[in-house]
Design a protein around this ligand. Sequence first.
Ligand code: ADP
Length: 303
Amino acid sequence: RILVVGTSNTDLVTRIPRMPRMGETLIGHRFHMGCGGKGANQAVMAARLGAQVTMVTKLGRDTFGQMTIDNYRKHGVDTRYVFWDDEASSGVATIFVDDEGHNLIAIVPGASYRLTPAEVRQAEPAIAGSDVVVGGFEVPVEVTAEALRLARKHGRTTILNPAPALPMPDELFELSDVLSPNEGEAETLSGVAIHDPESARDAACRLLERGARAVVITMGERGALLCEAGGAAQFFPAFQVKAVDTTGAGDAFIGALAARIGMGEPLARAVVFANAAAALSVTRMGTQVSFPALQEVEDLLPQ
Ligand code: ADP
């Protein structure tokens, strides 16, 4: 059982030949909508891999909120703790992509950012009944902190994905059983520039010193590094795949990691599994639609 506290956004993707100039109206090629938001992506990835997932998030009372809750239900995600905001819109990301693949993105977090610690406390029974609780920083820090505190109180395993990067109080390090930043976030948190597994190990050591029990740094096409308190660092190279679209790779990784830790898999094996799931996600266009099924991940893993 996994519980994710985080955002739900709708991505509105418009493909255009080139970026418009100020005041210009351009005709685009194509438009599509997709469900996104880091929390939502992580929850859907974990559910696709067979985990029982509860989502704690907040939506606006609009078409996008309805689409989002339908998407959770479609993936079998428990929506008992999806809250509704009467004032704000649902979270949306308006994305322009031009023919050269450049993008321009404006995010309105809306209801997603209006989740409160009191609402997280309402979800305490579900937190107590989960094996793993996942938090991040697309929701206010005090919301994530409350979720991790409640998880600790009930002896549950916590995963903190410190994204987007912000300076973090010591308490959040101490509340992290697994702290899993990407390279940029790990640099912000540790002050160590990362350019290879060695420097990633140095950064991970700093993060362990601040109180995390284990650190997993995702390193894009390089793979991932695991460092546990009192243990040696282990580097796991990425699976070799043809990358088409890396959007959401980090979320696929976190969702898969949570799913496997929730099943009781040892951390090192869960990291290898997450590496495989995230690698598969970059071989296809899109975010949630690019996430693999369990069988595909198993087929990619060495026997
Ligand atoms: P984020 O999307 O948060 O920036 P990363 O870029 O670190 O996260 O990617 C997360 C994970 O996705 C990596 O640890 C790796 O497992 C996988 N991944 C990303 N890019 C590739 C790639 N080109 N080939 C194989 N795996 C990849």
